[in-house]
Design a protein around this ligand. Structure first.
Ligand code: GDP
Ligand code: ZN
Length: 292
């Protein structure tokens, strides 16, 4: 049997990249019996048909490392969270939500600030400072700066990545700089949403010439903090989590409690105020929607 990865699935046909060739495959009936539907991103073992060596059958699906829903893809390793340093101004609240989405879905987040040609060192330091003590990877890119594109390529190399971030920040431009024939399907989706059509989206992953894959449509555009309760939220802020035992109360929400080590850390500058205030806003949102 041959190892491969499903890069596209249309109407029961799966296109499996086996390295030097794409093989059109059908799934074995066994999967239907077990109620397993192969997904784009699945690592599979295939058997070539005897009569036609360019088609085959999916015989086995490796256990999935994770599975994202929109778009439906398995085994995504990284979430590239795209914002622009300016024009449009970044929403750090949305950025925090996407960082949480990454962790909930078991993806490694990489924050990518694009349009860095429009920012001076001060602005970049300011942005880096917001994420102090978090260990998040932050890169600055510009479609016009080949060196920054090389850094991004390094991040993407040999991994399966999905993009996220608002429109207008330069996702398509930057991906085009990474690989000129890559078309990020952003416009298509928003058009469909506008028309209110519920067309099933066929996800596809796209092979990078230097190794690795990217999902061809952005993900997590409508992520809400579903299923996270007020006591879990602090787990998703690494710099807050680190100080969790520095408060008077074990179950401190770092909100209105006295003797809170986290609030002290904000005052002394160990934790950025932007991040802390976003935490409080999300906490208040969660409390408001709590069903009693
Ligand atoms: P997307 O909606 O996130 O895919 O964004 P686009 O790639 O369509 O880019 C939106 C606008 O930003 C376009 O006018 C681009 O030319 C511009 N843009 C993209 N990347 C950069 C960049 O690195 N620097 C500057 N100055 N403008 C950029
Ligand atoms: Zn506290």
């Amino acid at each position: 049997m041959i190892k491969g990865i499903i890069i596209r699935g249309v109407g029961g046909n799966y296109y499996v990249d086996i390295g030097n060739e794409i093989i059109e495959c059908r799934a074995r009936g066994l999967f239907r019996l077990k109620n397993i539907k192969p997904l784009v991103g699945d690592r599979v073992l295939i058997r070539l048909t005897e009569e036609d060596e360019h088609s085959g059958y999916i015989e086995e699906i490796n256990e999935r490392y994770n599975e994202i829903k929109r778009p439906p893809v398995a085994n995504v390793e990284q979430l590239l969270i795209f914002f622009a340093v300016t024009n449009p101004e970044p929403s750090f609240l949305l950025l925090d939500k996407l960082l949480i989405a990454a962790e909930v879905n078991n993806l490694k987040p990489v924050i990518c600030f694009n349009k860095s040609d429009l920012a001076d060192e001060n602005r970049k330091n300011e942005i880096n400072d917001i994420f102090k003590n978090t260990d998040y990877k932050i890169i600055f890119t510009s479609k016009n700066d080949p060196r920054s594109i090389e850094i991004l390529k390094d991040v993407l190399k040999d991994k399966l990545s999905v993009f996220s971030g608002p429109s207008g920040v330069g996702k398509s431009s930057v991906m085009n700089a990474v690989q000129p024939d890559f078309q990020l399907k952003t416009g298509e989706i928003s058009d469909k949403l506008k028309r209110g059509k519920h067309t099933t989206r066929h996800a596809e992953i796209y092979k990078l010439s230097f190794g690795g894959y990217v999902v061809d449509t952005p993900g997590f555009s409508s992520f809400e903090l579903e299923g996270i309760n007020e006591y879990e939220l602090k787990e998703y802020y690494p710099e807050i989590k680190k100080l969790d035992s520095s408060c008077r109360f074990d179950d401190c929400l770092h909100y209105k409690e006295p003797d809170c080590g986290v609030k002290k850390a904000v005052e002394t500058g160990l934790i950025s105020e932007t991040r802390y205030l976003n935490y409080v806003r999300l906490l208040e949102q969660i409390r408001k929607t709590k069903i009693y």
